[in-house]
Ligand binder design. Structure first.
Ligand code: SF4
Length: 696
């Protein structure tokens, strides 16, 4: 019996917690949080603990597959990796020959391991890399860029030392990041206050010192009134504002009409409550975190909600502060050399991006791009035909609105490839499925975490693949070898890691002790007096030239949200602690924890419709309907209904998930065109549904 223990990185969600995995004779026996990372406290969340169930699940792609019937028909031919690589590489080469390299595109979920995917595309000569951000974090990211010149990851959240944490777009106790949860709980034990602003009393709200139930779609009004109160009562951090704000007067004038009394009418939150809250925030400054979250693809004005969140943090002096939003350091900031990047092996393609990011939409960052506009370009062939699409650990048919419309947008594709470790609607609809080894069976490239203490970290293989699956670097290498990109082909993962570490002064053996290599001895809090934001002025810029040049206001007047039509509800969705979007609902262990989603509906609204708790109800919109069980509760605002996202699977080979719960994205008619022109994200919560008792 061979016992092994490796340090690795959890892959059950995008928090990517550091873990330690024990195995015996090739079977995973125990997964725990990396004991060398204090904030992990040795723990993983329920999903992290279900990692071994993922590798033992035989209802996942086990071998490369090439489609035989029509797209989505489910007729597959099992093939060897050699044949799969030859087939995909052959098609890519043919498309490149006929339409140019720019006709090839790839999407992934972003994150720290994407360098090799981006390098593969650059090597081919196409600019069309996107990630899933337009369905998630792109409003947050662009709002941070517009004010500070750096993206959302330019700061970290010093939750452990915070004195007041505000969660508005972040449900921290259900959309879990283990270190964040532990740090916040420690802070709360030391007296940190927690305020939750939401339309629904979620689990985070049940732990809060203050829960603000807000009318759906009015977050912007609430935040504008908080800014008004902070400025009007001079509750803000004047030292920070005088030193760093560019445009404070503009802001003061802009928020003048947005008083707490005005806000009360819009949001339903009493003016006195808002005033007391603003006072509490001021008392805790600068150790305040108004967490901007990341999933801000919600309303038409969510980009501006995110901007107000960052503005409030700045008014409270939280930027750079202990217990606030300290700036992160990169290896260069601590006089260390960063990893050698694969992407630097090739020149940046000169072609314009198909999604328009950076040229048609000059204020949109080309890094993550806008996936929904890439899909539109596939349909319209404007600005040019896009003929190949590789969805890398990405399931747009579950993640974007209107899956049937999306399938139509993909009709002109000559090649649709899914690289995935679990079945998904997108994999089922693909021409080729390349099965990725689940994270416990694969290595990843070494990655950098820019943080208070920057470090390198790596995912290591805990056990050998159970099925005929491969790691990312092996899949990219297999295609690269056939497409004339020998620089991306490595015999062993050690060779690949050696390439990355060249010149850093770090060797792979340095990861043995703890699974990571720290690049600084202690946290580096940057100097307040000398620090400059990454904007042209070096200040926190209220007026963004990029936005204004694009014809978009920096300070956008508030517009009240549409009320639900008579008899309808605003459809809202979110996360729970047992599942990560759609890819865990068929996991045998997590399925046992939560097998279906339910429809949260307000008690009074349900009573009017004759709906009782646990009743089956029919949810419908635009001629489409599904049934689901109702959870009748006082804890949700009467204008909205809510479901946990990721359910409603219809794939025949997912025996557990099949037919359980409701897929929210199918109730978003017109949703692919409903996106925020300033932040770029889809406005998912601008849809209304009718609810009736099933069979009534
Ligand atoms: S939060 Fe849970 S699922 Fe996500 S990476 Fe951490 S342990 Fe894994």
């Amino acid at each position: 019996m061979v016992k092994r223990s490796v340090y690795s990185i959890c892959g059950m969600c995008t928090s990517r917690c550091p873990i330690q995995v024990q195995s015996q004779s090739g079977q995973v026996t125990f997964i725990q949080g990396n004991p060398h990372v204090p904030a992990m406290k040795g723990a993983v969340c329920p999903r992290g603990a279900a990692g071994s169930a993922l590798i033992n699940d035989n209802e996942r792609p086990q071998t490369p597959l090439i489609r035989e019937g029509a797209r989505g028909e489910g007729k597959w031919r099992k093939v060897s990796w050699e044949e799969a690589f030859d087939h995909v590489a052959g098609k890519l080469a043919q498309i490149k020959e006929q339409y140019g390299a720019k006709a090839i595109s790839l999407s992934d979920r972003g994150g720290p391991f994407r360098d090799i995917h981006q390098a593969f595309l650059r090597g081919l000569g196409t600019p069309n890399y996107v990630n899933h951000d337009s369905a998630c974090a792109c409003n947050v990211n662009h709002s941070a860029l517009s004010l500070t010149g750096m993206g959302r990851k330019g700061v970290s959240y010093d939750l452990k030392n915070a004195r007041h944490v505000v969660l508005q777009l972040r449900n921290i106790f259900e959309s879990i990041n283990v270190q964040e949860v532990n740090n916040l709980m420690d802070a709360m034990e030391n007296g940190c206050k927690l305020t939750v602003i939401d339309i629904r009393a979620n689990i985070s709200a049940t732990k809060a010192t203050r829960f603000v139930q807000i009318r759906p779609g009015t977050d912007y009004a609430f935040n504008l009134a908080v800014i008004h109160e902070l400025l009007n009562k001079r509750l803000y951090d004047e030292r920070f504002a005088n030193r760093y704000f560019d445009g404070l007067k503009d802001l003061e004038q802009f928020v003048e009409p947005y008083t707490p009394e005005w806000c009360e009418k819009e949001t339903g939150v009493a003016a006195a409550q808002l005033r007391a809250f603003a006072k509490e925030l001021a008392a805790a400054k600068p150790s305040v975190i108004w967490h901007p979250g990341w999933m801000a693809a919600r309303y038409r004005d969510s980009f501006y909600v995110c901007r107000t969140i960052y503005i409030i943090n700045a008014l409270l002096g939280s930027y750079g502060a202990k217990g606030g939003l300290p700036f992160v350091s990169s290896p260069g900031d601590v006089s260390r050399k960063g990893l050698k990047k694969f992407v630097d092996l090739y020149p940046k393609p000169k072609e314009k991006r198909a999604d328009g990011a950076g040229w048609k939409y000059t204020h949109i960052d080309g890094g993550a791009g806008l996936a929904h506009l890439l899909y539109r370009a596939m349909e319209t062939e404007d600005p040019y035909p896009v003929k190949a699409y590789i969805a890398y650990r990405h399931d747009p048919l579950m993640a974007y609105p209107e899956p049937e419309r999306l399938k139509k947008m993909w009709e002109k594709l000559d090649l649709l490839v899914s690289v995935t470790f679990s079945w998904s609607d997108t994999a089922w609809h693909s021409d080729v499925v390349l099965p990725l080894s689940p994270y416990l069976e694969r290595e990843s490239i070494i990655a950098t975490k820019n943080a208070l203490k920057p470090h390198f970290f790596v995912r290591q293989r805990a056990v050998e693949p159970r099925y005929d699956t491969k790691a990312d670097w092996e899949i990219v290498g297999g295609l690269a070898k056939r497409l004339g990109l020998p620089e991306l082909v490595f015999e062993t993962v050690e060779d690949l890691w050696k390439f990355q570490l060249e010149g850093t002064g770090v060797s792979f053996d340095d990861f043995n002790a703890t699974g990571m290599v720290s690049l600084a001895d202690k946290p580096v809090y940057l100097d307040f007096e000398t620090y400059k934001f990454k904007t042209a002025s070096g200040k926190f810029e209220i007026i963004s030239k990029k936005l204004e040049d694009a014809g978009l206001p920096s300070l956008k007047p508030y517009e009240a949200p549409q009320s639900p039509p008579q008899g309808q509800f605003r459809l809202t969705f979110g996360r729970c602690a047992s599942h990560t979007q759609g890819h865990t609902v068929n996991n045998p262990v997590l399925y046992e924890q939560m097998s279906e989603n339910v429809l949260w509906i307000n008690t009074k609204a349900a009573q009017k419709l004759g709906i009782g708790n646990g009743d089956r109800v029919t949810v419908s919109q635009n001629g489409y309907s599904e049934d689901i069980k109702a959870k009748v509760t006082d804890l949700i605002h009467p204008e909205a209904v809510f479901v946990v996202h990721g359910f409603g699977h219809k794939l025949p080979l997912e025996s557990r998930a099949l037919g359980k719960g409701l897929a929210d994205n199918k109730f978003m008619h017109g949703g692919m065109d409903l996106w925020d022109p300033a932040g770029g994200a889809i406005a998912y919560q601008e849809h209304f549904v009718a609810v009736t008792k099933a069979g009534a």
